[in-house]
Design a protein around this ligand. Sequence first.
Ligand SMILES: *Cc1c(COP(=O)(O)O)cnc(C)c1O
Length: 382
Amino acid sequence: MKICIVNRQLFITMTQSQKHNFGAGPCILPQPVLERAAEAVRAWDRAGLSILEISHRSAEFESVVHETERLVRELLSVPDGYSILFLQGGASMQFCMVPMNFLQGSKQTAAYLDGGYFGAKAIKEAQFFGKVNVLASSKDSGYTFIPEAYVIPEDAAYFHYTSNNTIEGTQLWADVTSSVPVVCDMSSDIFSREINVSQFSLIYAGAQKNTGPAGLTIVIAKNEFLDSVKHAIPSMLDYRVFRDNGSMYNTPPVFAIYAAMLNLQWLKGKGGVKSIAKENVRKAQLLYDEIDRNPLFKGSAARGQRSLMNVTFRMNDQAEEADFLAYAAKCGMVGIKGYRTVGGFRASLYNALPYESVQALVQCMTAYAEKVVPQHNFQPTY
Ligand SMILES: *Cc1c(COP(=O)(O)O)cnc(C)c1O
């Protein structure tokens, strides 16, 4: 197979100008990050070796790990007493690793909030290790909202919740606080907004939603919490083993860490989490305004809990959804089909998605409505 560079450049230019990637994860990454990552695949270190073929124990790569850790600490204002771990196995591995470390062998019960598809998966895994108390569930209503009326029992080993429900498009904008150790799955909204890390005993996130490419899981854990573990755990599932070996107990996902570092550098260059959060609000507002204004569409998630990262919506006439999806594809919209359990549409507006892409989607929805019911003569909101 022969691919000439000119065609490749042309292809990239075309995709940049015509495609808007609303994929839920793996998702859009900033163009400069992709370019630098691509360069590093060709030649990266002083000897001209690729990032894919260098030793993870080399001084150069160790400095990548340190820089990535430093960026996580800086961007999220992580206080002293917390470790940053680079793991594998995705957020799904954390569903079992959390209870394996903090519930197994404990006489206590772990408290969970059942507010979405991924939270339910976390509950299922926890039940392998001990007693689980599901404090509240919105399962019966299709997880269109996150329950807020519940009390976390004082004697729980920990409380687990998901801050942003990637599939259903609901989000808790405020951190849940408790005297019980709080564990949070922040896979799809980490680095999108300011958080108060000191409220949490453990935060985890699969990288492919806002941090970098798939293959890396970031854990931010309070050392005190890690040190409370008294029972034996297989090394690869023991947080302390990763902490005590600087995330290098075994070969870490070298490329994924490198690309995450580039992405976090990009975020810092954008003014960090505080400034990207404002941009994220602007993007989501633009799309929700269109959903609320356009008579063909309606939002799927409860108002007051609408996600700024994953905007879920349907058409009032569901029979029309396939047609709109085809129309949107022609307008260059990628990845807006809703998850199979929810249906309809989902537009993910992660940090790297430009405002212009949201404008293009809104334009597409407006134009579609004009086409279907021209008598309404809609005015775009942007
Ligand atoms: C994507 C996602 C997961 C699953 O992540 P994997 O890395 O595929 O295991 C879990 N929780 C949330 C909130 C997610 O968005």
